[in-house]
Design a protein around this ligand. Sequence first.
Ligand SMILES: Nc1ncnc2c1ncn2[C@@H]1O[C@H](COP(=O)(O)OP(=O)(O)OP(=O)(O)O)[C@@H](O)[C@H]1O
Ligand SMILES: [Mg+2]
Length: 263
Amino acid sequence: MGRIICISNQKGGVGKTTTAINLAASLAAAERKVLLVDMDPQGNAGSGLGLKRENLQGTVYDALLGGRPIGELLHPTELRFLQVVPATPDLTGAEVELVNQERREYRLRDALRPMAEQYDYILIDCPPSLGLLTLNSLIAADSVLIPLQCEYYALEGLSQLNHTIDLVKQAFNPGLKMEGILLTMFDSRANIANQVVADVREYFKEQVFTSVVPRNVRLSECPSFGKPILLYDIKSKGCESYLALGREIMQREPTPPPARKVA
Ligand SMILES: Nc1ncnc2c1ncn2[C@@H]1O[C@H](COP(=O)(O)OP(=O)(O)OP(=O)(O)O)[C@@H](O)[C@H]1O
Ligand SMILES: [Mg+2]
């Protein structure tokens, strides 16, 4: 059975989508079968992997509200082991349309669970909010990965997110685990960034990934080419950090990864 990891933080622009795309690509490069599900109406996970809106054969909206099986919504990427279920702005309407539906909180879980055995990892990219789309993602997931930007207000909102995770555990998904906190956009020259890293590690201890994602201009460039960093600049610091994150996560597999090729 594959693991379903939800990438969440209601704070905007902290690196959720960048992490979803590049972690997915790192795992796929190590020949893990990966599905990336975009739950953000901004649709950046699909476009960042080169999908064109006009060519989409259905989106996650069709699974949540149209009853279409996820199997009909899979889109290939340049990486053989990575597929995407994309999103478009019509997903914004789902927040409202879901409200009156039966099992409205479980729609994504119901759609994804039958797929779990076909993949090693299913990653879910969440929107920057704590509404029904994020709730669906947290309920569908086995674990949650929280990207945290290394800046002064990094911890703002984290207690709210933790509170939401606790509520989800109590009411819907008792097995939900913490995959880890990922420090993103780290700039070693900034005192504040070093201070944030020290504070977060002191407070959250082993919940924080060893891998830290640096601020790296190559990472911000590659979405406009529709490529993960691996296929854009494999030698960049940004790429190194996401390959390291992939290895850290694969080391948690019940049988540690055999020496399969990475990239
Ligand atoms: N490590 C990094 N170095 C440089 N730029 C980065 C890095 N990570 C992300 N960015 C850039 O910062 C912006 C926000 O990143 P991203 O879209 O991944 O955040 P997000 O949390 O998904 O945002 P949203 O909340 O809007 O969904 C993007 O322009 C992205 O290219
Ligand atoms: Mg995003």
